[in-house]
Unconditional design. Structure first.
Length: 264
């Protein structure tokens, strides 16, 4: 259970990186020779290299001779099974045909996408413009907080009454909170920006003074919270150098999504 949410910079989709890996595989392999024959079917070095790269997510050239033999053994098992008489019969199964069609289409689509990524040129002006948008969206404050998570509103009200009567927040958190931070006395243990938390939680923290707790329970999708704002400080935006690569990938992915829209 976590009250955090993903930041804008870290929301870059995984598909772009997958497509780039496919491009790396295609561009680094240009020759093939037979390395083994199974039931009359050749396994060539191109297939072996692609298999190694799919297994390791690294260029096949980095594999040692012993590793290549290990992966060739794995590939041999695949060829042994797929060249049996029963496999030939199964290849006419409509479901198997549909799966093969889908895999073929997916691979071709990834290759086309990879070609697109190679052609995209991202200018420094684009990176700077996107960076400025990130900076503008970055909250001005960061907070350190503790909370006590409870199942019901009445339980949270009872905790607030105990705090009003002088009981210690961390002790109440340890004995009453159902959240993972209970073992730390309710402390979240790190500085956070409001956009890293679910909105009701961050809104409540922003309205508190340092050292104060919520006078009323705060409800989120996780339950009812009693929140203590421990400290606050001015946030320090990331430097352009530290996020330029992530911004570049985001711009490329955005252009790819725009390209897909033109095809629809």
């Amino acid at each position: 259970m976590s009250i955090t949410k993903s930041s804008k910079i870290n929301s870059i989709t995984h598909n772009g990186l997958v497509f780039m890996l496919i491009g790396m595989i295609i561009s680094t392999i240009s020759w093939a020779e037979t390395v083994k024959t199974i039931n009359g079917t050749d396994i060539d070095s191109l297939v072996l290299d692609i298999y190694i790269q799919s297994r390791t997510q690294q260029p096949a050239t980095g594999a040692t001779p012993d590793q290549r033999l290990l992966y060739l053994d794995e590939l041999t098992d695949i060829y042994l099974l797929s060249t049996q008489e029963s496999a030939i019969q199964l290849s006419d199964n409509p479901q198997i045909k549909a799966q093969i069609e889908l895999q073929n289409r997916g691979l071709i689509a990834q290759a086309v996408a990879s070609d697109f990524f190679v052609t995209v040129n991202v200018s420094e002006e684009q990176i700077l413009s996107e960076y400025n948008q990130v900076i503008q969206a970055t909250p001005s404050k960061e907070y350190m907080a503790s909370h006590i998570l409870l199942e019901t509103q009445s339980e949270a009200i009872s905790i607030i009454e105990k705090l009003n009567n002088g009981e210690v927040f961390s002790e109440l958190a340890t004995t009453n909170s159902i959240g993972p931070s209970a073992t730390a006395g309710g402390s979240l243990g790190t500085w956070f920006s409001p956009n890293q938390m679910v909105k009701p939680f961050s809104d409540a923290v922003a309205t508190l003074d340092d050292g104060s707790y919520t006078a009323d329970p705060i409800q989120t999708e996780f339950g009812w919270h009693v929140i203590l704002r421990e400290n606050s400080r001015d946030s320090i935006p990331p430097t352009l150098d530290s996020v330029s690569n992530e911004i570049r990938q985001k711009i490329i992915q955005d252009e790819f999504q725009a390209y897909l829209e033109t095809l629809k």
